[in-house]
Design a protein around this ligand. Sequence first.
Ligand code: BGP
Length: 478
Amino acid sequence: MRNDNLFPDDFLWGASTSAYQVEGAAEEDGKKLSQQDILNNNPGFADTHVTSDHYHRYKEDIALMKELGLKSYRFSIAWSRIFPEGAGIANDKGVQFYHNLIDELLKNGITPIPTLYHYDMPMALIEKYQGWINRQSVADFAYYAKFVIKEYGKKVRYWLTINEQSIIVQFWTKKCFIPEQYLHDEQIKYQINHHMNLAHAIACKLVHQWVPNGLVGAALGYSAIYPLTSKPEDNLAAQNANDLRNYYFTDIYLKGHYNQSALIYLQNHGLAPSIEAGDMDLIKEGYSDFLAINYYCSHAAAAVPKNVPRRMDGFNPTGVKGQIDGHEIQPDFYQIHKNPHLDTTDWDWTIDPIGLEYLLRDLHTRYQKPLMITENGFGADDYLESDKAIHDEYRISYIEQHLNAIKRAMNYGVEVLSYNPWSFIDVLSTSNGYKKRYGFVYVNRTDDEIKDLARYKKDSFYWYQNVIQTRGGSLTKP
Ligand code: BGP
């Protein structure tokens, strides 16, 4: 066992954002709306039109990244900024924006890690054929991906394909614009996922074809899943949950086939995707070079009593601990429970650094591929003091514990390339607006008031800066 406390010299210390949550300018310079400009427009919260105004302030933001010491920045490219109609003629100003962003990053010694798709399908394609539900989406994604990969491929080595297919399946009606008539047809979400698997494979092939030394993988939302008790049936339920929630995705990306138990479960329940001839060959050809993980929390699973209806994962809309509105149930397979051994954030997300260590070890054993962390972070209603300080010691503690967990996994031989916590700067939350912040940099706005959007460094900014400078040497070990 290697006991070196320091992270490797070439470790990519980063941070993360996504286009529609940080850029603003939702309808500027030729960009047209994406489905998230509609879906993420929650009453009582900010909408996507301004968010953190990164579109106009990217230079100021990259100067802050440089000051923080970032070696990588994981962001996403907005499909509807490049192709406002989803396909057809590219929007020059949108194309130029990402050139400017990438050039500015490179100038400052920061490795760009773009994601091709972060929930934001162009509305034009929803209007045309209902988006990902329709197989035509795969061809249009391929057209977009080819353009983007060829356009920026000389400057960008690491590519992420699709953000969080697992979360898209789990919260399909929030992450995809689903027409009324399909809202109760749960097979659709597995069909959408199948189309995304094809899109992912095509993007992997394009990176291998067009990017010299290019490396590509998906960014998967991933929770470690434990058995709630040591009862054998709960252990089996945890295995079922891992198969359906985790390996159903990772087996596709890294082995080129659907996880068998999960697929049989879906077939038995009338939920399996329809798969056309040639699809599985394409999926095999589009192999991933690494797997990127978005990790926030773990789950506990137990056996499910008979005749309990299916339901999706719970959600806490208020930020008052304990107000989560239930947990996922898969009839005859498993149900998720609150883990009595773990504390949670105010939004009822468990805090479990060991879960990250556990899943890194598990994924390494199963697939032996390099791993990357593309999200991990602590959402909180941060407070701006009168002297403009933000004392976010809870975030420091969370990230410190997770970095220690990553290092322990690395000491057991797991290859982790990069750590990109969510988020570099405060962004619009997918569900809780600006009431739930994650950034190292505070943005002076609220949901109701845009204010001056000034940037203030939180305590976690200075703390992370020191961690990066010392290659992890300054981390307090448990
Ligand atoms: C992930 C998404 C991000 C981000 C994060 C935090 O699932 O990829 O886009 O928002 O979760 O979630 P939330 O904003 O709901 O707190």
